[in-house]
Each structure stands twice: as C-alpha cells, then as structure tokens.
Design a protein. Structure first.
Length: 558
C-alpha cells in the first residue's frame, strides 16, 4: 500500500513544504549550499607532502563485510555490480548509494582482505586512472572521506600504496579541505573531519598540519553538539549512531598510532556512546529500526565493544535493564520475556532531519528473544515513491490521521512540519510510559496523538487516544516480523489475532486484541532489514472513521 502524501503533487503545497523545510536551516548551511553549487575552487597541483613515520601499530578495528567478489565484480547492498568500463564508476542509471559504496574501498579492510591484495592494488590504480581529479561521484566529499581513511589504514598495515597512489591521496585530501560539507553538517561533517585527521597524521609538513588542525577543531565542535547528554547521536538513527561511534574509535586509534595526544573528551564520548548503544539493541544483538536504520551498514554492538576493549576504552557491562534515554527520547522497557523500545523523542535536530522517518510514538517489541513487532526498516535512499513510503507513518507501529504523516517527510531527505513531543513521562519500575505529540495539529480540529504503554510480566497494553474535534480517519498498524505467523483471526468486541512465534525448536503463542470503535484487518506488507532487500510480512491494522476524540486499546498477551 503506497503512502505518498497527496500534497506532493500540488505546487502551492510544495512551496509551503520548501518554506517549512528551509526555515529551520542554519545560515551557514544556506550559505554553504550556494558556495558548493556556484563556487568551484582551483585544485593546486603542488608537490605532495611526505609520509610521516608511524610510532605504534594500529589496533585491530572492525573487519567490514567483503564486497569485492572478483577483480572487477562487487556485491554491495545485496546487488551485484561489475566495473567493465570506466563509465561504470558514474553510471547515471545506477543507484547513487551503490556507486558511492564502490568508491569507498571498504573491501581493503574487510574479512579475508589479504587474499584479495593483488586485486586491491590494481583497483586502486584503476580508480586513479579512471576518475580524473574533481570529476564524478568519487570526488564528492563523503566518498573521499571514507576512501581516504580506508587507503590510509590499508597502507599502514601493508605499506602498499605506491607513489602514484600517495600523490592521488594527497590530492583528494587537498580537494576535501576545500569542499567540507557545511551544507549538510551532522555525520557527514564528522566523516570529513575524521579524514582530515587521518590525512594530517599520515602525511607531514605544513599542509598536513593544516588538515590535522582543521579536523581536530571540527571534531571538538561537532562532537560536543552531536553527541547528546545520554550518549546518543543527535540524528536519532541507531544505525548512524553506531557509524559515528566507530568513527570516534578509529580516531582514538590513529592518534595513538602516531603518538598524537588524544583529546580526553573523545574517550568520554566513546564510553557514553557505547552505553547508549548497549541500551538500544534487541536481544538478538542488533538495532531497532527507528528513522533510517538497516542491518549490515554499521558494526554490531559486540564488534564495536570488542574494538573499544582493545583500545582500553571503558565499556559497559551487559545492560539488561529498563532505561530512559531522555536526550534522544528513546525508552527501553523490559522483563523476563519481553524487550520494548518506544520512540518519544524529536525526529532529529531541526536543521538536520534528513534521516528522519515519520515514526513518532512508534515502538518495537521482542518476545522470548525474538522480534515480534517491527518498524519497516530502510532498503532504499533517493527520492522515489518507495523511499517516501518507507519514511511514512504508515510503515511504522504508530497512528496515522487522515492518511497524513505525523511529520511531513518528503524529497528523500527532507522534513517540513514535524511532530513535536508535548509531554512525556515514565515509571520504569512499573513498565509504564506516556507521551503525546502534536504532529497532526495542522489538520482541522487540531488532533493530538497520546500513547500510553505498559509492559507487565505477561502482557503489553497500548492505549492510543486521538483528541481534537471534527470527523477524521484514524488508522493504527502493528507490523509483524516475517517469522511471526498468524494462526487465526477473531471477530467481535475483542477482535484480534492469534500469533505463533518460533523460538528455537518451539513455537510460542501470543494473542493480540484490539478494543474500541474500530474495524480490524490483516494486510500483506513488507519488511526491509537491509538495503536492497525486501521481505514479505503481515500487519494488523485498526481503523476508525468518525468524530474525535477516540481511544483504542491494544493488548498483546503471551
């Protein structure tokens, strides 16, 4: 079922969308947009700086998944891609994210990379020959940032970059220094700064010192802003939190290897971020799907914790406890059989909601160590209808009013008017949380959505109340993990479904019932655990069409 808002096709409403999007941007973002689009700096071809002598070996980091499966064959984001011709680096028919990933050179530091050493040598030279300076995807700031780090790590381990490659690397860093992503900020600017620090330590001389100091200054400012008091990254995406956490660990690692002073706040931030990451994981060890999130992009918690241990960073013990991460707005409630995550926070920083979904007050639930209620995940970027659908409220375990999204997500990475939490309270010892948002107050009658959740030993009770006036259509959805089967459907005043949850060699049962003036339906849907992957699943949907206020009670018992 497509959930593309009707307003996207109306020019007058599109103008309102631009207004409600641009009004939140910082001045430096707007200035940087014009600078990036209309100013094209020269790239000096001066002599490249010399390499600096490393002081200590790099600590073993996280090995990334293998992506190079032949000398010119890639398997990335669940897609196969072959670099037959030089044009394939920038094929306009291909997904931009896929092309970006080919330019990252993640395979240099992946599982079994030593066996592909000769392939890597030839691929680096091919990249240099077929990607002329400043041209194409590979010379955009973000791919430069990730590739520079990968090349430097690889050369530190193997001393394999020849003069042509080191000259190209210096040229890439020189260009990056002139194209920092101030128009985006957020995790992109941290990646830019990280690459400058790596380059400033790898090379020596006046130019390299400038890269190093610029990177350190950016990190000092950005980490202070982007890592909130509860340790969470301010974009509120668990996936991007884990990516930035690995960036911080890599920075500590490279500074120690070159005997550079490690800012004390980096270790503090890493410990805080590890604590947040420990809270925000299901019993299977992986992240919940709030905002842009998918498996296979960032490292898992156990991988990053092991990396931090090797660096001597204070890491949390296993946190099987309920917790309220107040700054980011997430709650974790748990007991012997259940672990629940509840999103009661903002969609992200006002000036940077690009990875936000319209998922306010959504939740995810694991029972008996298995995922049962799941948000729909992320399998695509870009600006198409599927990206719009996956970001929409209808793809999450929450309530939609009049077919509209709680936050006006549009354009792939944009948000106009956004839901704001008006109140939130929590009693962790009672497994109770209550929150309310105003995302629908733009509609006639100014509806508000209030959700109360309570997790007991044998049940989850969710009370959804939509207040306001006038006639409205209210819809709520409970998306089931693909492994959860619906045994039977029950009609009547306590309409519901009987669920079967595979747990090892057993099958555990649970009953989901809905009370209120609603109709109930089971619909086919899709779950998106990885980029490029779509898995069929089912969802239980309740609908109300009438005057507000209305209250609907969902009970899941096991």
């Amino acid at each position: 079922m497509q959930c593309v808002p009707k307003y996207l096709g109306r020019s007058s409403s599109k103008l309102k969308y631009y207004f409600h999007t641009l009004r939140y941007l910082k001045f430096k973002q707007i200035y940087a947009q014009f600078y990036t689009r209309f100013y094209y700096p020269k790239l000096p071809r001066t002599e490249s700086p010399k390499k600096r002598q490393i002081a200590y070996p790099l600590v073993l980091g996280r090995a990334k998944p293998q992506s190079l499966i032949g000398e010119d064959n890639f398997y990335i984001l669940n897609k196969s891609y072959r670099l037959e011709h030089r044009e394939n680096w920038n094929d306009p028919r291909q997904d931009k994210l896929l092309l970006y990933n080919i330019h990252y050179f993640d395979d240099l530091n992946s599982d079994g990379a030593k066996q592909r050493f000769e392939w890597h040598l030839r691929l680096i030279q091919r990249w240099i020959d077929e990607n002329p300076p400043t041209m194409g995807n590979g010379w955009e700031p973000y791919p430069i940032s990730l590739r520079a780090v990968n090349w430097i790590k690889w050369d530190i381990l193997h001393s394999a970059l020849n003069q042509s490659a080191t000259e190209s690397l210096a040229l890439q860093l020189r260009w990056l220094r002139r194209r920092l992503e101030y128009h985006l900020l957020g995790n992109h600017l941290i990646a830019n700064a990280k690459a400058l620090v790596f380059g400033g330590l790898y090379f020596k001389g006046e130019e390299a010192d400038d890269w190093l100091q610029t990177g350190l200054q950016l990190l000092h400012r950005e980490l202070a802003e982007q890592i909130l008091h509860d340790g969470g990254h301010f974009e509120r995406s668990p996936m991007y939190h884990f990516l930035v956490l690995e960036d911080v660990l890599d920075l500590i690692n490279i500074c120690r290897a070159y005997d550079q002073h490690v800012p004390h706040e980096w270790s503090e931030k890493a410990s805080q971020m590890l604590h947040w990451a420990s809270v925000m994981r299901h019993p299977d060890g992986d992240i919940p799907f709030f905002n842009d999130a998918a498996f296979g992009i960032a490292g898992r918690f156990d991988e990053l914790q092991a990396y931090a241990d090797r660096l001597g960073i204070d890491t949390p013990s296993k946190l099987d406890v309920s917790a309220w991460l107040k700054s980011t707005g997430y709650l974790r409630l748990m007991n012997r059989d259940a672990v629940l995550f509840f999103d009661a926070g903002p969609v992200g920083p006002d000036y940077l909601p690009g990875h936000a979904h319209a998922d306010t007050l959504s939740l995810e639930l694991s029972l008996f160590g298995r995922r049962v209620l799941v948000n729909s995940g992320t399998s695509v970027y870009g600006t198409g209808p599927e990206r719009q659908r996956q970001r929409g409220t209808n793809a999450h375990n929450t309530v939609m009013v009049d077919g509209q999204d709680s936050s006006e997500v549009w354009g792939g990475f944009r948000v106009a008017r956004r839901a704001r939490i008006r109140s939130v309270s929590c009693a962790l010892e009672d497994g109770l949380a209550v929150a309310e948002h105003d995302g629908y107050r733009r509609l006639p009658g100014r509806p508000m959505h209030r959700r109360q959740i309570q997790l007991t030993d044998r049940a989850l009770v969710v009370v959804d109340t939509v207040t306001g006036a006038h006639h409205h259509n209210v819809q709520g959805a409970w998306h089931l993990h693909p492994n959860v089967h619906i045994a039977c459907i029950k009609d009547g005043p306590d309409a519901g479904v009987q669920l079967r949850v595979p747990v090892g060699n057993e099958v555990r049962e649970a009953a989901l019932t809905v009370q209120g003036p609603v109709t109930l339906a089971v619909e086919e849907c899709t779950w998106h655990p990885e980029f490029g992957r779509t898995v069929p699943n089912k969802r239980v949907v309740f609908r109300y069409d009438g005057l507000l206020p209305v209250t609907v009670v969902t009970r899941l018992q096991w």
